[in-house]
Design a protein around this ligand. Structure first.
Ligand SMILES: [Zn+2]
Length: 317
């Protein structure tokens, strides 16, 4: 395993390396957590069971979980002095588990169709399900055999906060709070509430890191998201509803504009915030900035006026 390659944010697993993903996860675990307190056999079983519990969706699949874990690995490795032992143990595993058993539909759709998950959980039905599934697998494969009951409880709380934070609806709330703390120069890593906000933004940053890759990689990821969204859009049409533009396959010519808007409104503010709390994550910001420039060039080449992007910038400020 070449640490120099995997240790870069821009790295992305290639199709030839897909069969190696479980082994690569084990490598990342051994680097971040260390193997002294880990049952290696159980950890391997855990990783394989997690892999099995990801469905074969175009986007929300094990490859996405792996990519998010890789981004988390890089953030944790660059900031060895910031986190405590339990956080290394929870954040990397949360990244791996954060979309377990994802059905390929959004929370809105689950609520709209009164899906069982929406009946079970009032808020963030998907993320609650991912967390519950993670805890179920952990109970079957106890990867930390020497962990006290009390510590295990803390681990489970950390994982719940981390996985629930990947609901973008929560991200917008956390972002406002964290931005305020930074603007007032009040951010204090020793304050637990502040720390939780930082970890939530880190989880979102990792989840969105598919937009922090070189253009051809990011374009491929974007096509997979579109495939998943169009499936939902088709069902919405069958139900007599009007899907969002980015879920409507007949509006696929809007993809570059939609990407610029998503990068401007969601991704860039997140990785910029991440850069201000952890300056050594700057590459994520630079990669997302360059990706937006490429999409903008494509819009200009098509002769489209990128008015939607200007709109978004106005809306953000
Ligand atoms: Zn995700």
């Amino acid at each position: 395993m070449d640490n120099l390659v995997v240790g870069r944010f821009r790295w992305y697993v290639s199709p030839e390396e897909y069969p190696d993903m479980p082994q690569l996860v084990l490598h990342m675990v051994s680097q971040v957590i260390g193997m002294q307190e880990v049952d290696q056999q159980k950890m391997m079983e855990f990783i394989l069971m997690v892999k099995k519990c990801y469905r074969n969706n175009p986007y929300h699949n094990f490859e996405h979980a792996f990519n998010v874990t890789h981004c988390m690995f890089n953030i944790l490795q660059r900031n060895r002095d910031i986190f405590i032992d339990l956080e290394y143990k929870s954040l990397l595993i949360s990244a791996l588990c954060h979309d377990l058993d994802h059905s390929g539909f959004t929370n809105n759709f689950l609520q709209l169709t009164d899906d069982t998950l929406a009946q079970l959980y009032d808020e963030s039905p998907l993320e609650n399900h991912h967390y519950r599934t993670a805890m179920l697998i952990l109970s079957i494969c106890p990867i930390y055999p020497n962990m006290s009951q009390e510590m295990y409880k803390e681990l489970s709380t950390e994982m719940k906060e981390a996985i629930l934070a990947t609901d973008l609806a929560s991200y917008f709330k956390f972002r406002i709070k964290l931005m305020q703390l930074i603007q007032e120069n009040q951010l204090d890593w020793s304050n637990n509430r502040h720390r939780t906000l930082c970890k939530a933004i880190i989880m979102t940053g990792c989840d969105l890191s598919g937009s922090c890759k070189p253009f051809l990689v990011a374009k491929n990821i974007c096509e997979n998201i579109c495939k998943e969204f169009y499936n939902q859009g088709d069902l919405e049409k069958q139900m007599g509803l009007v899907p969002l533009s980015l879920m409507d396959r007949e509006k696929s010519q809007n993809v570059p504009e939609d990407q610029v808007q998503f990068l401007t409104v969601v991704v860039l503010p997140c990785v910029e915030l991440l850069k201000s709390i952890l300056p050594n994550t700057e590459d994520l910001f630079l990669l997302a900035t360059s990706l937006r420039e490429t999409w903008q060039e494509i819009i200009q080449l098509k002769g489209h006026k990128s008015w939607r992007q200007d709109d978004s910038v106005l809306a953000v400020h």
